[in-house]
Design a binder for this molecule. Sequence first.
Ligand code: AMP
Ligand code: GLY
Length: 407
Amino acid sequence: MKILVIGSGGREHALAWALYNGGANTVIVNPGNPGTAVFAENITGDPVEIAVKESVDLVVVGPETPLVEGIAGLLAQKEVPCFGPSAECARLEGSKWFAKKVMAAAKVPTATGKMFTNLVSAIDYLGQYPDKFVIKADGLAAGKGVFLPDTKKESDAIIEDLFKGSLGKAGTSVVIEQRLSGREVSVLAVCNGTDAVILPPSRDHKRVYDGDMGPNTGGMGAICPPPDVPFDFGEDVRERVILPVLKVLKEQGLEFRGVLYAGIMITEHGYFVLEFNVRFGDPETQAVLPMIESDLAALFLAAARGEELPPLRIKEGASACIILASGGYPGSYTKGHDITGTETVNSLVFHAGTAVVDDTLVTSGGRVLGVTALGEDIEEALEKAYEDAGKIEFEGRHMRRDIGRTV
Ligand code: AMP
Ligand code: GLY
């Protein structure tokens, strides 16, 4: 099969690697990165034009923005199967309020929330207890749209900034919802419009420093599966969350074909969906895909065409992915530092923020590399991943030392 993967991060490197499947398929990545260039062809330019020109059998979309902007519809016009939902379905990620409404209709457990388009009523609603709520920009905000204020002063400032346009149009409608506490789990479901296959659950670690301190990042590491998550959790989420959501969408004439990612919190009172994404998680994908034994290309193609989904075979054991980031990330950081040691390790090394300059691999982003190892259990996977992560060096390299050890 000839497959086009859209994107350039660690998630897309992991997708391209899994779909390449040791040479069973031909993979093009648009635009790709130095890691994907090793086994795939990186092509820049318009993805729809590339898909047509290269006569690909399948397009797999990595990031959310092209999905929300309607790439699936453009590919459908050209009769190219697209693994990634239509713009209408992508509103599950593109509008927090749309997601809330679908969840209510599907009776999916989620935090109670309200939508506000007016500053005064939003501030009023938060009242004197802003620490009991979460403030979310309604629209896409590249991971910067969720706020957990501790004081009234903080929450007033957040709301004022949002309504002033700090996140553009994305933040001039906000959803304010009840704050929950518990353990977070990411569940990725491959959907064909009516049915779903659940990938093994995973856990991302979003804060930049050990002990869940410091600002949120795109994700500093991931494990799969989290050892504290019950064995049948994925199946329960399929029945109580994913299938009911597919049904509600279908009733609106929409077929979700792609990955539906449920960000879930397991609390003392059961589990709740915090958010949906309409694409693979990053870095979760870098931990989850290496755990899958079956042919992902066949699975994604069936989903893209709305056909029956083949069953999934998962490897025994567990996996861990450690992100090596640039010093200063998610704030400002310098680029262009030489990277050494990637060829000396046994683990999978997925590229996120790298570039090749004068034949030398250098840093070019905040999250630079993801180092993924498999093991008989999560401890063994972590041990191997950390051992190899330690062998890869670049100036300012930063990694968390407690991935998989905190919730
Ligand atoms: P993001 O992935 O950027 O949308 O951020 C979502 C993160 O915000 C989640 O991973 C949680 O840590 C946090 N979050 C979202 N909703 C809630 C909620 N209702 N209660 C507590 N934390 C939440
Ligand atoms: N790792 C979180 C996300 O991909 O949204």
